[in-house]
Design a protein around this ligand. Structure first.
Ligand SMILES: CC(C)[C@H](C(=O)O)[C@@H](O)C(=O)O
Ligand code: SF4
Length: 469
């Protein structure tokens, strides 16, 4: 009998084309997603060497980072830099025969939202994209991770990638989440626990009762932020929830091919007794809604907590860096999190821009009004999310409450388009990164769940969503 293997081991093994004595492997890549920021030089490289895209049908291109989210965008992109980047991808996709969703295509959206929607992302696959949050697709029990631009070129040309095996980490979340506590709070708590370097060198498998109970949307939120915990990828074994989501998606296998795929997907579980190099266990029942206070995703506290005091940290380097984070954030130690007031609220991104996120927001804000001190925007993660939200009347709830309802894209998750914070503006954001300048020069980001962001928009300061009426 062969030794018990983890889910990661199995997917990795099933994709090895070649293994060198030193452990370097050539992996077959099933799916390649491409966006406008990290692909121009890769296509240029192909042109220069006279190569083609090896498997255009396994490649899908979309614009997301640079696009304007204004309804005006259908009349053309005004920002010169963005227009050049978007046009370059459109041209490259056309020249190399790759399917492309332009900003006017209903299927357009953030690269990590459209893959799953189209059934382009499937269990057991190897999936890459020149983007760190490719880990999102691990929610389907796929091995998915970001790659650099030179690797994008390599995958385009050969449909393979040179990789070394990472170590296995298990994060088990037992028990049931309390009302008001979400997948976003689970992953922020995990990163708070292991730190932003805690996952370095590992692929994380998330398991346990609380993970199994999550929808695909929630699972994507968790896997999305694996990279913020330093891991190469995060994954969750596919189960009935996964199969129900995938079935009938445009590119999912149909008929006999579906039955065969299902049979294989069901084998993709970590074996009993499989070895994990590191194991972390969390109790979901003990988790509160979480708010980040600093400029790293590990700087998190309970909404019922206070801004921590760096003087309490013994390690000098850490103390200095946390003091710097507080200065940047314009916060004073001891301040209650619920006393922090906001200027902006951003709901969207590949972490929390899916339909379930928008439903959670609508539930909180229905019949209420955004605080006069807050400028709040909601950006659906894709055209299909937008269409679904509008079919359910969610947009009406948002607009009536005073939210700005936008077109799909990365938007204010990162300052690469027109949506950005002004210096010193403080924002409750459902995205995944709170680095200095991430949402705009000198902008201040607090990472939270969609429901927490929604309640903060209405109240004008953070509130404990568990006490929301
Ligand atoms: C622009 C892109 C390369 C980048 C990434 O790799 O993640 C972006 O999506 C981000 O979230 O910072
Ligand atoms: S939404 Fe944000 S995190 Fe996701 S791909 Fe876009 S910029 Fe990166």
């Amino acid at each position: 009998m062969s030794a018990p293997r983890t889910l990661y081991d199995k997917i990795f093994d099933d994709h090895i084309v070649d293994r060198q004595d030193d452990g370097t492997c050539l992996l077959y890549i099933d799916r390649h997603l491409v966006h406008e920021v990290t692909s121009p030089q890769a296509f240029e490289g192909l042109r220069l060497s006279g190569r083609k895209v090896r498997h255009p049908e396994k490649t899908l291109a979309v614009v997301d980072h640079n696009v304007s989210t204004s309804p005006e965008r259908k009349f053309g992109i005004k920002n010169e830099e963005s227009r050049i980047q978007v046009e370059a991808l459109a041209r490259n996709a056309k020249d190399f025969g790759v399917e492309y969703y332009s900003e006017n295509d209903i299927r357009q959206g953030i690269v990590h939202i459209i893959g799953p929607e189209q059934g382009f992302t499937l269990p057991g696959m190897t999936i890459v994209c020149g983007d760190s949050h490719t880990s999102t697709h691990g929610a389907f029990g796929a091995l998915a991770h970001g790659i650099g631009t030179s690797e994008v070129e390599h995958v385009l040309a050969t449909q393979t990638l040179i990789q070394r095996k990472a170590k296995n980490m298990l994060v088990r979340v037992d028990g049931q989440l309390p009302e008001g506590v979400t997948a976003k709070d689970i992953i922020l708590a995990i990163i708070g626990e292991i730190g932003t370097a805690g996952g370095t060198g590992y692929v994380i498998e998330y398991a346990g009762e609380a993970i199994r109970a999550l929808s695909m949307e929630g699972r994507m939120t968790i896997c999305n932020m694996s990279i913020e915990g330093g891991a190469r990828a995060g994954l969750i074994a596919a189960d009935e929830t996964t199969f129900a989501y995938v079935k009938d998606k445009p590119r999912a296998p149909k008929g006999a091919a579906w039955d065969a795929a299902l049979e294989y997907w069901k084998t993709l579980q970590s074996d009993e007794g499989a070895h994990f190099d590191k194991v972390i266990v969390l109790d979901a029942a003990k988790l509160p809604p979480i708010v980040s206070w600093g400029s790293s995703p590990e700087d998190v506290v309970s909404v019922q907590g206070i801004v921590p005091n760096p003087d309490d940290i013994t390690d000098e380097n850490k103390r200095t860096s946390k003091q710097r984070a507080l200065d940047y954030m314009g916060l004073t130690p001891g301040t209650r999190i619920t006393d922090i007031t906001l200027d902006r609220v951003f709901i969207g991104s590949c972490t929390n821009g899916r339909i379930e996120d928008l439903r959670a927001v609508a539930k909180v804000v229905e019949g209420k009004t955004v605080s006069p001190r807050v400028d709040a925007m909601i950006v659906p993660g894709s055209g299909l999310v937008k269409e679904q939200a509008e079919a359910e009347g969610l947009d009406k709830i948002f607009v009536a409450a005073g939210f700005d309802w936008r077109e799909p894209g990365c938007s204010m998750c990162l300052a690469m388009n027109d949506d950005r914070l002004k210096p010193h503006e403080r924002c409750a954001s459902t995205s995944n990164r709170n680095f200095e300048g991430r949402q705009g020069f000198k902008g201040r980001t607090h990472l939270v769940s969609p429901a927490m962001a929604a309640a903060a928009a209405i109240a004008g300061h953070f509130v404990d969503i568990r006490e929301w009426k």
